[in-house]
Design a protein around this ligand. Structure first.
Ligand code: PGA
Length: 252
């Protein structure tokens, strides 16, 4: 019912030539894949050249951030309309590196989500707890707070247009992947939150990706979970064979 969705978050990696080569490699392999949505999210300066490499393929283009204002004196920022103009379909918002390294708040994420939706982009909204929060038994509280605040004020029609990514912060780039039981528990919690605020249909419609050290070796177990609808992949999305190895995990 929910179509699996696997996206690569390239973060601040690669150069122009390697970004184009990676995109071309993904396009080549994507032609052999059916029944899954694929996307790559390069650094913003490479959106245009990667977009060209993806042209006429089914692989979507995504950005890693956006600014909520439409235009004006906001030096260094990029608007949702500009991303749309470059051919972006998706934008990652509220990634833990933006929250914890760059100090982005739920309120800022919320403004960005609304701006992205208004421009016709699909936000991939990240939520996830720190290791200390998990150890203190606060995971559900943190997820609820991020859900409530980052997605504040959205109608049901808006919510079904976005994708949520559950990314435990301790699993990102650490090689420590969540166990299938840990991932499934939070994904189910997120569906309960959507059901409480909206309804069952909304809860069953929105796709929830898992992210955090997803690799070809652990992808099949995670992707087989009933409430996991795909993956947001960092490190392993920088190599065609690894990224496509994760996609292959859908069939196992
Ligand atoms: P990782 O990153 O796969 O390198 O852990 C995931 C992410 O940050 O989206």
């Amino acid at each position: 019912m929910r179509r699996p969705f696997i996206a690569g978050n390239w973060k601040m990696n690669l150069d122009r030539a390697s970004a184009i080569a990676l995109a071309e490699g993904v396009v080549r392999e994507a032609g052999k894949c059916e029944g899954v949505d694929l996307a790559v999210c390069p650094p913003s300066v490479y959106l245009e050249c990667v977009g060209k490499a993806l042209a006429r393929s089914s692989v979507g283009l995504g950005a890693q951030n956006v600014y909520h204002q439409k235009d004006g004196a906001f030096t260094g920022e990029i608007s949702a309309a500009m991303l749309k103009d470059l051919g972006c379909r998706y934008v990652i918002l509220g990634h833990s590196e933006r929250r914890h390294v760059l100090g982005e708040t739920d309120e800022e994420v919320n403004k960005k989500v609304l701006a992205a939706l208004a421009a016709g982009l699909t936000p991939l909204v990240c939520v996830g707890e720190l290791l200390t929060e998990r150890e203190q038994g606060k995971t559900d509280e943190v997820i609820r707070r991020q859900f409530d605040r980052s997605l504040a004020g959205l109608t049901a029609e808006q919510l079904v247009q976005l994708v949520i990514a559950y990314e435990p912060v301790w699993a990102i780039g650490s090689g420590k992947v969540a166990t299938p039981a840990q991932a499934q528990e939070v994904h189910l919690d997120l569906r309960r939150l959507m059901e409480q605020r909206y309804n069952k249909e909304v809860a069953q419609t929105v796709r929830i990706q898992y992210g955090g050290s997803v690799k070809p070796e652990n992808a099949a177990d995670l992707l087989a979970l009933p409430d996991v609808d795909g993956a947001l992949v960092g490190g392993a999305s920088l190599k065609v064979d690894q990224f496509m190895g994760i996609v292959a995990g859908l069939k196992e």
